[in-house]
Design a protein around this ligand. Structure first.
Ligand code: NAD
Length: 504
């Protein structure tokens, strides 16, 4: 790596380091920085103040072809999958160490790129990406095959083989973290990867990919092609030499990816899509203060731009008014501000477009009967940044647009129920099924809820109470892929069944 890529720990230092490396306007293909084939770039704006940060390479089909060819060559000559597991493990562990050495740079880059608070990128995002990489590094030499029961003149066994070239397409809400949920297990299994980061947040993945090469990952095994979804993403999805697309993002794009697979080479598709996740608070909850804190932070964390955001709050009628007041009090006291201020708890939304989407949804929700209890409007507008205050709306009915559609912003909708059956009916009454939460002191009720709720993740008396060790993904139109845990590792492998006959 060049001297310019030494870890930088100030914002000015990070910008200087990125400029010196000249990475943002290049793709990372075959272990090298390359301008897009067409020479085109697109502008990358700061959500903190609306200013231009830099220009990013606008890769298209020609660049994707080059990246896939590089990934395929690396797969065919076995420069990565052919290494002994302990060698691959050493490289991925070293990569995690390098990310740790550069954690402050990566945290500043993500804060700059996304507008999320620096306390979050320092305290969560980058550490989670590193932890994910370590988890799969440690897992890769614990993958065993099977021996089938056979007659004695035959040995039949089953092995897990890497799929080949994996196309990973990720969103902007947790840029490096989401990328590593896919890249780390895919690499651990011995695959090659072509990653397409989201338009608004390409920098940390570009930065990390060169660290991986420095750690010893052979050139071509992990390529990064920044670009627009309709160009670079679409080219990856339609590519005839990509074996799988692993995706996190919106439902409409997920549908396009399945169509692209059907129209090309029937590549596998793994989809993790949106949600409209409910938290249900029963009157018998033991700790209503804790439930209120989770109701607020379950949706306001990351400015509500979380696929599992607990955007529907279902409260039992007898405690509704008092409980809503507790949540509103938290919402009103959240410190909204400059993402680079370490005291900021809640920063800017990713883009003007996303901010306007949230504001439009609030307006529609009000028009359909919702009542604003906290927030409800743009704040800090004089900065030029894209800030929407933590918003709480009461009187939302199950057919209100805010009870049905994903906002992907800091908007919490309160619905009321009278009994358990009604609570589950409302909770399950959307097209989504990503996460669901229940607050109750009654263990039998908790167990009934766990069975009744249609969701890939269910949390009782806690929210987001899980980590890399549990699978993450949804049911219904929240998709069907699973990230995290050993289940995600096996997703990037095929089973090969082998039988050897011999004379006894
Ligand atoms: P998006 O679907 O617009 O974009 C996601 C990625 O897909 C980006 O990299 C984008 O460039 C790419 N893309 C866009 N159009 C494409 C096309 N035609 N072909 C190929 N790729 C294309 O979503 P977003 O706005 O980045 O993220 C927000 C959405 O993602 C929300 O709906 C949210 O719920 C969902 N999300 C889900 C999870 C999860 O784990 N289930 C996690 C984070 C975000």
């Amino acid at each position: 790596m060049s001297a310019a890529a030494k870890p930088a720990d100030t914002l000015a230092g990070v910008i200087e380091a990125m400029q010196a490396l000249n990475t943002p306007d290049k793709a990372f293909i075959d272990g090298q920085w390359r301008a897009s084939h067409s020479g085109r770039t697109f502008d990358n704006y700061s959500s903190r103040d609306g200013g231009l940060i830099n220009r990013i390479a606008a890769c298209d089909a020609a660049d994707v072809d080059a990246a896939v060819a590089s990934a395929r060559a690396a797969f065919e000559d076995r420069r990565w999958r052919g290494l002994a597991p302990k060698q691959r493990k050493t490289v991925l562990r070293r990569f995690a160490e390098l990310m740790e050495d550069h954690a402050e740079t990566l945290a500043l880059l993500e804060c700059l790129d996304t507008g999320k608070p620096i306390s979050n990128t320092r305290g969560f995002d980058i550490g989670a990406a590193i932890n994910t990489t370590r988890y799969y590094a440690e897992a890769l030499d614990k993958i065993y095959g099977e021996v089938a029961p056979t007659p004695e003149d035959r040995l039949s066994y089953v092995v897990h083989e890497p799929l080949g070239v994996i196309g990973a397409i990720v969103p902007w809400n947790f840029p490096l973290h989401m990328a590593m949920w896919k890249v780390a297990p895919a690499l651990a299994m011995g695959n090659s990867v072509v990653l397409k980061p989201a338009e608004n947040s390409s920098m940390s993945a570009l930065y990390a990919a060169q660290l991986a090469v420095e750690a010893g990952l052979p050139a071509g095994v992990w390529n990064v092609v920044p670009g627009l979804g309709a160009e670079a993403g679409d080219a990856l999805a339609h590519h005839m030499d990509v074996d799988m697309i692993t995706f996190t993002g919106s439902g409409p794009v997920g549908r396009q990816l399945m169509r692209a697979s059907a129209d090309s080479n029937l590549k596998r598709v793994s989809l993790e899509l949106g949600g409209k996740s409910p938290q249900i608070v029963f009157a018998d909850c033991d700790d209503l203060d804790q439930a209120a804190a989770n109701a607020a932070w379950g949706v306001f964390y990351n400015q509500g731009q979380v696929c599992t955001a607990a955007s529907r709050l279902l409260v039992e009628a007898s405690i509704k008014d008092a409980f809503v007041e507790k949540v509103a009090d938290i919402a009103r006291n959240i410190k909204v501000g400059d993402p680079f201020d370490p005291a900021t708890q809640f920063g800017a939304m990713i883009s003007q477009r996303q901010m306007n989407t949230a504001l439009d949804y609030i307006e529609k929700g009000i028009a359909e009967g919702g009542r604003v209890v906290a927030g409800g409007r743009r704040v800090l507008g004089d900065t030029g940044g894209y800030y929407v205050g933590p918003t709480l709306l009461d009187d939302i009915t199950p057919d209100n647009v805010l009870a049905q559609e994903e906002v992907f912003g800091p908007v919490l909708s309160v619905l009321t129920f009278e009994d358990e059956a009604e609570a589950y009916r409302i909770a399950n009454g959307t097209v989504f099924g990503l996460a669901a939460g229940v607050w109750t002191g009654n263990v039998s009720r908790a167990m009934r809820a766990v069975k009744a709720l249609q969701a890939g993740l269910v949390w009782v008396n806690g929210w987001d109470a899980c980590d890399i060790t549990s699978p993450f993904g949804g049911v219904k139109q929240s998709g069907f892929g699973r990230d995290r845990s050993l289940h995600a590792l096996y997703k990037y492998a095929d089973l090969k069944a082998i039988s050897i006959s011999y004379k006894v």
